[in-house]
Ligand binder design. Structure first.
Ligand code: PEP
Length: 250
């Protein structure tokens, strides 16, 4: 069965709650495409007004992060139950900015992935290499390691539902998009790695996005690749361009 494409926006630390509602109202008519899953991953404080603003549309709301404990003395953190209660369906886990600025590791990513599944939130698990790693020729080894640790103790049934976002760090927010060949090569390697950890059926089911300066012009060719099931989009998700990206196939 063909995998359904998933196109998610990562708003990062942008948009106040009132700006979020305004942006959603602008984007709503532009992102109608019932052949793909459309997700807006928004800052925690925007989640409740965003869930309200997308009611009756094809848009689902995601979070950009969550903690791996249930509740308690973790000042400033957001729990999975809080996200579920607010209407969140997806959560980005282990974005490279969180790994770089907030000390997230493959191990904390794994704890968060397991916790997200416990609460029926679909994790968008991020991986990706630095420019130095690419130049040293260790990209695939590095990403295989990220994936193997992120999926420790995740069952095949859970992994089938997961989303992986391949985001080369050198392509994030830089305007430098990976070539379609580079993106396809790594996404295929990720699928092969999932096949080795689990089985062919799991590898065939899991959805793998490309992220890194995706634009309206680069999306159609990227999303046409055999192992690329959509995109995680930063900068362009805050603009009308996101409508064109979602409708890459029209
Ligand atoms: C991202 O932050 O996930 C991302 C891909 O950003 P951008 O599209 O701006 O490169």
């Amino acid at each position: 069965m063909a995998r359904r494409k998933i196109i998610a926006g990562n708003w990062k630390m942008n948009m106040t709650p009132s700006e979020a509602v305004e942006l959603i109202n602008t984007l709503k008519p532009l992102v109608e495409n019932h052949e793909v899953d459309v997700v807006f991953c928004v800052p925690a404080i925007d989640i409740i007004p965003a869930v309200e603003a997308v009611k009756g549309t094809n848009i689902m709301i995601g979070a950009e992060n969550m903690y791996y404990e249930e509740k308690g003395a973790f000042t400033g953190e957001i729990s999975p139950a809080m996200l579920v209660d607010a209407g969140v369906k997806y959560v980005i886990i282990g974005h490279s900015e969180r790994r770089e600025y907030f000390a997230e590791t493959n191990e904390t990513v794994n704890k968060k992935v397991l916790k997200a599944f416990e609460h029926n939130i679909t994790p968008i698990v991020c991986c990706g290499e630095t420019l130095t790693q690419r130049e040293q020729g260790v990209t695939i080894d590095f990403i295989r390691q990220q994936i193997k640790v992120a999926f420790l103790n995740v069952t095949a049934e859970q992994a089938k539902e997961a989303v992986i976002a391949y985001e080369p760090i050198w392509a994030i927010g830089t305007g430098k998009v990976a070539t379609t060949e580079q993106a396809q090569e790594v996404c295929k390697a990720i699928r092969d790695c999932i096949g080795e950890i689990y089985d062919d059926a799991t590898a065939a089911a899991i959805r793998i996005q490309y992220g890194g300066s995706v634009s309206a012009s680069s999306a159609p060719e990227l999303f046409a690749q055999a192992d690329i099931d959509g995109g995680l989009v930063g900068g362009a998700s805050l603009k009308a361009d996101f409508g064109q990206i979602v409708n890459y196939n029209k």
